[in-house]
Design a protein around this ligand. Structure first.
Ligand code: C2E
Ligand code: MG
Ligand code: MG
Ligand code: MG
Length: 289
Protein backbone atom coordinates (compact mmCIF):
# COMPACT_ATOMS: atom_id res chain seq x y z
CA UNK A 1 0.00 0.00 0.00
CA UNK A 2 1.33 3.46 -0.96
CA UNK A 3 2.48 5.76 1.75
CA UNK A 4 -0.18 8.25 2.72
CA UNK A 5 -3.15 6.14 1.69
CA UNK A 6 -3.48 5.13 5.31
CA UNK A 7 -4.15 8.69 6.28
CA UNK A 8 -6.62 9.02 3.41
CA UNK A 9 -8.64 5.98 4.32
CA UNK A 10 -8.58 7.21 7.91
CA UNK A 11 -10.12 10.49 6.75
CA UNK A 12 -12.79 8.64 4.75
CA UNK A 13 -13.43 6.35 7.66
CA UNK A 14 -14.01 9.16 10.15
CA UNK A 15 -16.21 11.00 7.69
CA UNK A 16 -18.39 7.95 7.23
CA UNK A 17 -18.50 7.50 10.97
CA UNK A 18 -19.45 11.12 11.46
CA UNK A 19 -22.27 10.82 8.91
CA UNK A 20 -23.47 7.70 10.62
CA UNK A 21 -23.37 9.31 14.04
CA UNK A 22 -25.22 12.32 12.71
CA UNK A 23 -27.94 10.21 11.11
CA UNK A 24 -28.32 8.32 14.32
CA UNK A 25 -28.61 11.51 16.40
CA UNK A 26 -31.17 12.88 13.91
CA UNK A 27 -33.19 9.68 13.99
CA UNK A 28 -33.06 9.58 17.76
CA UNK A 29 -34.38 13.12 17.95
CA UNK A 30 -37.10 12.44 15.38
CA UNK A 31 -38.13 9.17 16.99
CA UNK A 32 -38.95 10.98 20.21
CA UNK A 33 -41.69 12.86 18.38
CA UNK A 34 -42.72 10.09 15.95
CA UNK A 35 -45.20 8.35 18.21
CA UNK A 36 -47.02 11.56 19.15
CA UNK A 37 -47.05 12.74 15.55
CA UNK A 38 -48.62 9.54 14.26
CA UNK A 39 -45.60 8.53 12.15
CA UNK A 40 -45.56 5.00 13.52
CA UNK A 41 -47.82 2.38 12.03
CA UNK A 42 -48.24 -1.38 11.99
CA UNK A 43 -48.12 -3.88 9.17
CA UNK A 44 -49.39 -7.43 9.39
CA UNK A 45 -47.95 -10.58 7.85
CA UNK A 46 -50.03 -13.78 7.78
CA UNK A 47 -48.78 -16.92 9.52
CA UNK A 48 -50.02 -20.10 7.87
CA UNK A 49 -50.78 -23.48 9.42
CA UNK A 50 -48.62 -25.65 7.15
CA UNK A 51 -50.57 -28.82 7.91
CA UNK A 52 -53.90 -27.46 6.68
CA UNK A 53 -52.84 -24.47 4.59
CA UNK A 54 -55.25 -22.33 6.61
CA UNK A 55 -54.53 -18.94 8.10
CA UNK A 56 -53.29 -19.29 11.67
CA UNK A 57 -52.60 -15.67 12.58
CA UNK A 58 -50.48 -12.60 11.92
CA UNK A 59 -47.21 -11.06 12.95
CA UNK A 60 -47.42 -7.34 13.71
CA UNK A 61 -44.40 -5.39 12.45
CA UNK A 62 -43.74 -1.76 13.31
CA UNK A 63 -43.22 0.79 10.57
CA UNK A 64 -41.87 4.34 10.75
CA UNK A 65 -42.65 6.80 8.01
CA UNK A 66 -40.30 9.73 8.63
CA UNK A 67 -41.64 12.99 7.10
CA UNK A 68 -38.39 13.66 5.18
CA UNK A 69 -36.46 10.39 5.10
CA UNK A 70 -39.44 8.22 4.18
CA UNK A 71 -39.68 4.66 5.49
CA UNK A 72 -36.96 3.86 8.01
CA UNK A 73 -36.27 0.13 8.44
CA UNK A 74 -37.07 -1.39 11.85
CA UNK A 75 -33.58 -2.90 11.67
CA UNK A 76 -32.35 0.70 12.03
CA UNK A 77 -34.92 2.31 14.33
CA UNK A 78 -35.75 -0.53 16.74
CA UNK A 79 -32.20 -0.56 18.17
CA UNK A 80 -32.44 3.23 18.66
CA UNK A 81 -35.82 2.83 20.32
CA UNK A 82 -34.28 0.18 22.58
CA UNK A 83 -31.22 2.24 23.53
CA UNK A 84 -33.27 5.34 24.33
CA UNK A 85 -36.01 3.47 26.16
CA UNK A 86 -38.56 4.76 23.62
CA UNK A 87 -39.37 1.11 22.87
CA UNK A 88 -41.34 0.91 26.11
CA UNK A 89 -43.95 3.49 25.02
CA UNK A 90 -43.97 2.55 21.34
CA UNK A 91 -44.10 -1.15 22.22
CA UNK A 92 -47.10 -0.60 24.47
CA UNK A 93 -48.76 1.38 21.71
CA UNK A 94 -48.10 -1.43 19.22
CA UNK A 95 -49.50 -4.07 21.57
CA UNK A 96 -52.71 -2.08 21.95
CA UNK A 97 -52.96 -1.38 18.22
CA UNK A 98 -52.30 -4.98 17.15
CA UNK A 99 -54.62 -6.48 19.77
CA UNK A 100 -57.43 -4.11 18.80
CA UNK A 101 -56.95 -5.06 15.15
CA UNK A 102 -56.98 -8.75 16.02
CA UNK A 103 -60.19 -8.41 18.05
CA UNK A 104 -61.82 -6.81 15.02
CA UNK A 105 -60.61 -9.50 12.61
CA UNK A 106 -61.73 -12.25 14.96
CA UNK A 107 -65.20 -10.74 15.15
CA UNK A 108 -65.35 -10.79 11.33
CA UNK A 109 -64.37 -14.46 11.00
CA UNK A 110 -67.12 -16.69 9.63
CA UNK A 111 -68.66 -19.15 12.09
CA UNK A 112 -66.62 -22.33 12.36
CA UNK A 113 -63.39 -20.77 11.04
CA UNK A 114 -60.45 -21.38 13.38
CA UNK A 115 -59.74 -18.27 15.51
CA UNK A 116 -56.64 -16.34 14.46
CA UNK A 117 -53.84 -15.09 16.72
CA UNK A 118 -51.55 -12.06 16.76
CA UNK A 119 -47.80 -12.32 17.20
CA UNK A 120 -46.06 -9.24 18.57
CA UNK A 121 -42.31 -8.65 18.86
CA UNK A 122 -41.19 -7.67 22.34
CA UNK A 123 -37.68 -6.41 22.99
CA UNK A 124 -35.64 -7.24 26.08
CA UNK A 125 -35.85 -3.65 27.17
CA UNK A 126 -39.66 -3.98 27.33
CA UNK A 127 -39.34 -7.29 29.09
CA UNK A 128 -37.14 -5.76 31.78
CA UNK A 129 -39.60 -2.91 32.30
CA UNK A 130 -41.73 -3.58 35.34
CA UNK A 131 -44.92 -2.46 33.59
CA UNK A 132 -44.96 -5.04 30.78
CA UNK A 133 -47.13 -7.62 32.52
CA UNK A 134 -49.68 -4.94 33.46
CA UNK A 135 -49.67 -3.56 29.91
CA UNK A 136 -50.38 -7.02 28.52
CA UNK A 137 -53.06 -7.75 31.11
CA UNK A 138 -54.78 -4.40 30.41
CA UNK A 139 -54.72 -4.91 26.67
CA UNK A 140 -56.27 -8.36 27.01
CA UNK A 141 -58.95 -6.98 29.28
CA UNK A 142 -59.79 -4.00 27.07
CA UNK A 143 -59.98 -6.07 23.88
CA UNK A 144 -61.63 -9.10 25.48
CA UNK A 145 -59.15 -11.38 23.70
CA UNK A 146 -58.31 -14.74 25.27
CA UNK A 147 -54.67 -14.68 26.41
CA UNK A 148 -53.62 -17.44 24.04
CA UNK A 149 -54.64 -15.27 21.07
CA UNK A 150 -51.60 -13.16 21.86
CA UNK A 151 -48.16 -14.52 20.97
CA UNK A 152 -45.11 -12.63 22.15
CA UNK A 153 -41.89 -13.03 20.16
CA UNK A 154 -38.61 -12.61 22.00
CA UNK A 155 -35.32 -12.77 20.18
CA UNK A 156 -32.95 -15.41 21.33
CA UNK A 157 -29.95 -13.08 21.51
CA UNK A 158 -31.74 -10.49 23.64
CA UNK A 159 -33.34 -12.66 26.27
CA UNK A 160 -30.69 -15.31 26.67
CA UNK A 161 -28.05 -12.65 27.27
CA UNK A 162 -29.23 -12.56 30.82
CA UNK A 163 -31.99 -15.08 31.17
CA UNK A 164 -32.14 -14.80 34.97
CA UNK A 165 -33.20 -11.15 34.66
CA UNK A 166 -36.08 -12.02 32.37
CA UNK A 167 -37.22 -15.34 33.77
CA UNK A 168 -39.60 -14.00 36.42
CA UNK A 169 -41.42 -11.79 33.90
CA UNK A 170 -41.53 -14.58 31.34
CA UNK A 171 -43.15 -16.85 33.91
CA UNK A 172 -45.71 -14.18 34.82
CA UNK A 173 -46.59 -13.71 31.17
CA UNK A 174 -46.93 -17.41 30.75
CA UNK A 175 -49.21 -17.58 33.78
CA UNK A 176 -51.41 -14.98 32.12
CA UNK A 177 -51.76 -17.52 29.33
CA UNK A 178 -50.03 -15.67 26.50
CA UNK A 179 -47.97 -17.77 24.11
CA UNK A 180 -44.21 -17.17 24.21
CA UNK A 181 -42.08 -17.58 21.09
CA UNK A 182 -38.32 -17.63 20.60
CA UNK A 183 -37.68 -15.46 17.53
CA UNK A 184 -34.80 -15.73 15.05
CA UNK A 185 -33.81 -19.05 16.51
CA UNK A 186 -30.31 -20.13 15.53
CA UNK A 187 -28.85 -16.65 15.05
CA UNK A 188 -27.74 -16.04 18.63
CA UNK A 189 -25.18 -17.77 20.76
CA UNK A 190 -27.53 -19.56 23.06
CA UNK A 191 -26.84 -22.91 24.58
CA UNK A 192 -29.29 -25.73 25.04
CA UNK A 193 -29.24 -25.02 28.78
CA UNK A 194 -30.87 -21.66 28.12
CA UNK A 195 -33.33 -23.17 25.71
CA UNK A 196 -34.42 -25.63 28.35
CA UNK A 197 -35.11 -22.84 30.86
CA UNK A 198 -36.96 -20.55 28.49
CA UNK A 199 -40.68 -21.18 28.98
CA UNK A 200 -41.56 -20.84 25.27
CA UNK A 201 -44.03 -22.98 23.39
CA UNK A 202 -43.05 -21.80 19.90
CA UNK A 203 -39.69 -21.67 18.15
CA UNK A 204 -39.29 -19.48 15.06
CA UNK A 205 -36.53 -20.62 12.71
CA UNK A 206 -34.69 -17.66 11.25
CA UNK A 207 -35.08 -17.10 7.55
CA UNK A 208 -31.32 -17.27 6.98
CA UNK A 209 -31.71 -21.05 7.39
CA UNK A 210 -34.95 -21.31 5.42
CA UNK A 211 -33.33 -19.59 2.44
CA UNK A 212 -30.83 -22.46 2.28
CA UNK A 213 -33.53 -25.06 1.65
CA UNK A 214 -32.91 -26.76 -1.68
CA UNK A 215 -29.50 -25.09 -1.91
CA UNK A 216 -27.45 -25.84 1.16
CA UNK A 217 -27.59 -29.31 2.76
CA UNK A 218 -26.13 -27.89 6.00
CA UNK A 219 -29.03 -25.44 6.36
CA UNK A 220 -31.44 -28.27 5.65
CA UNK A 221 -29.82 -30.39 8.35
CA UNK A 222 -30.08 -27.53 10.84
CA UNK A 223 -33.75 -26.86 10.07
CA UNK A 224 -34.58 -30.58 10.30
CA UNK A 225 -32.76 -30.82 13.62
CA UNK A 226 -34.41 -27.72 15.12
CA UNK A 227 -37.85 -29.09 14.20
CA UNK A 228 -37.06 -32.47 15.76
CA UNK A 229 -35.63 -30.87 18.89
CA UNK A 230 -38.54 -28.46 19.35
CA UNK A 231 -41.07 -31.24 18.87
CA UNK A 232 -39.23 -33.43 21.35
CA UNK A 233 -39.49 -30.58 23.86
CA UNK A 234 -43.22 -30.22 23.15
CA UNK A 235 -42.80 -26.98 21.19
CA UNK A 236 -44.21 -26.01 17.83
CA UNK A 237 -42.19 -24.49 15.00
CA UNK A 238 -42.72 -21.48 12.73
CA UNK A 239 -40.48 -21.11 9.67
CA UNK A 240 -39.82 -17.51 8.62
CA UNK A 241 -39.00 -16.27 5.16
CA UNK A 242 -40.80 -18.88 3.03
CA UNK A 243 -40.32 -17.44 -0.44
CA UNK A 244 -40.88 -20.41 -2.75
CA UNK A 245 -43.24 -23.37 -3.02
CA UNK A 246 -40.12 -25.54 -2.75
CA UNK A 247 -39.42 -24.07 0.72
CA UNK A 248 -43.04 -24.68 1.72
CA UNK A 249 -43.24 -28.24 0.43
CA UNK A 250 -39.94 -29.21 2.00
CA UNK A 251 -40.95 -27.72 5.38
CA UNK A 252 -44.31 -29.49 5.25
CA UNK A 253 -42.56 -32.79 4.61
CA UNK A 254 -40.36 -32.17 7.67
CA UNK A 255 -43.45 -31.62 9.80
CA UNK A 256 -42.90 -27.89 10.38
CA UNK A 257 -46.08 -26.55 11.98
CA UNK A 258 -46.37 -22.96 10.73
CA UNK A 259 -44.84 -20.72 8.12
CA UNK A 260 -44.74 -17.13 6.97
CA UNK A 261 -43.06 -15.38 4.09
CA UNK A 262 -43.40 -13.57 0.80
CA UNK A 263 -44.77 -16.73 -0.87
CA UNK A 264 -47.96 -16.12 1.10
CA UNK A 265 -47.85 -12.39 1.63
CA UNK A 266 -45.46 -9.61 2.63
CA UNK A 267 -46.37 -7.53 5.68
CA UNK A 268 -49.14 -5.12 4.71
CA UNK A 269 -51.23 -2.42 6.38
CA UNK A 270 -54.40 -3.75 8.03
CA UNK A 271 -56.69 -2.46 5.33
CA UNK A 272 -54.73 -4.16 2.57
CA UNK A 273 -54.30 -7.38 4.53
CA UNK A 274 -58.02 -7.59 5.10
CA UNK A 275 -58.78 -8.32 1.44
CA UNK A 276 -56.14 -11.03 1.51
CA UNK A 277 -57.94 -12.64 4.45
CA UNK A 278 -61.26 -12.62 2.63
CA UNK A 279 -59.68 -14.06 -0.53
CA UNK A 280 -57.91 -16.72 1.47
CA UNK A 281 -61.12 -17.63 3.27
CA UNK A 282 -63.12 -18.11 0.10
CA UNK A 283 -60.27 -20.06 -1.54
CA UNK A 284 -60.28 -22.30 1.48
CA UNK A 285 -64.05 -22.67 1.54
CA UNK A 286 -64.00 -23.78 -2.11
CA UNK A 287 -61.18 -26.25 -1.45
CA UNK A 288 -58.54 -24.45 -3.45
CA UNK A 289 -55.80 -24.68 -0.82
P1 C2E B 1 -38.54 -10.53 12.71
O1 C2E B 1 -39.37 -10.45 13.92
O2 C2E B 1 -37.74 -11.76 12.49
O3 C2E B 1 -39.55 -10.27 11.49
C1 C2E B 1 -39.47 -10.89 10.27
C2 C2E B 1 -38.83 -9.98 9.26
O4 C2E B 1 -38.66 -10.70 8.05
C3 C2E B 1 -39.68 -8.76 8.89
O5 C2E B 1 -38.78 -7.71 8.59
C4 C2E B 1 -40.39 -9.22 7.64
O6 C2E B 1 -40.82 -8.16 6.82
C5 C2E B 1 -39.31 -10.03 6.97
N1 C2E B 1 -39.84 -11.07 6.11
C6 C2E B 1 -40.99 -11.76 6.24
N2 C2E B 1 -41.12 -12.68 5.27
C7 C2E B 1 -40.03 -12.56 4.48
C8 C2E B 1 -39.58 -13.26 3.31
O7 C2E B 1 -40.22 -14.16 2.77
N3 C2E B 1 -38.39 -12.88 2.79
C9 C2E B 1 -37.65 -11.87 3.34
N4 C2E B 1 -36.50 -11.56 2.75
N5 C2E B 1 -38.03 -11.21 4.45
C10 C2E B 1 -39.21 -11.56 5.01
P2 C2E B 1 -38.99 -6.25 9.17
O8 C2E B 1 -40.44 -5.92 9.19
O9 C2E B 1 -38.06 -5.37 8.40
O10 C2E B 1 -38.52 -6.36 10.65
C11 C2E B 1 -37.18 -6.63 10.97
C12 C2E B 1 -37.02 -6.95 12.43
O11 C2E B 1 -37.28 -5.77 13.23
C13 C2E B 1 -38.00 -7.99 12.93
O12 C2E B 1 -37.51 -9.27 12.63
C14 C2E B 1 -38.00 -7.69 14.42
O13 C2E B 1 -36.90 -8.28 15.05
C15 C2E B 1 -37.82 -6.18 14.44
N6 C2E B 1 -39.14 -5.56 14.65
C16 C2E B 1 -40.08 -5.21 13.76
N7 C2E B 1 -41.15 -4.66 14.37
C17 C2E B 1 -40.87 -4.67 15.70
C18 C2E B 1 -41.58 -4.24 16.88
O14 C2E B 1 -42.71 -3.76 16.81
N8 C2E B 1 -40.96 -4.41 18.09
C19 C2E B 1 -39.72 -4.97 18.17
N9 C2E B 1 -39.18 -5.11 19.39
N10 C2E B 1 -39.04 -5.39 17.10
C20 C2E B 1 -39.61 -5.24 15.88
MG1 MG C 1 -40.67 -11.57 14.92
MG1 MG D 1 -38.25 -13.55 13.36
MG1 MG E 1 -35.77 -13.02 11.57
Amino acid sequence: RAKGSGRNSYAVFTEAMRDQARRRADLEQALRAALKQGELSVQYQPIIDLTTGALSGFEALMRWNHPELGMVSPLEFIPIAEDTGLIVASGAWLLEEAATQLAQWRSERPAGAPPVHMSVNVSVRQLRNAALVDVVRDVLQRTGLPADALWLELTESGVFEDLDLSLATLRELRELGVVLCIDDFGTGYSSLTYLRQFPASIVKIDRSFVSGIGVNPDDEAIVRTVIAMAHALGQQVVAEGIETSEHRDWLRRQGCDFGQGYLYSPPRPAQAQRSWIVEQQSAHASGLT
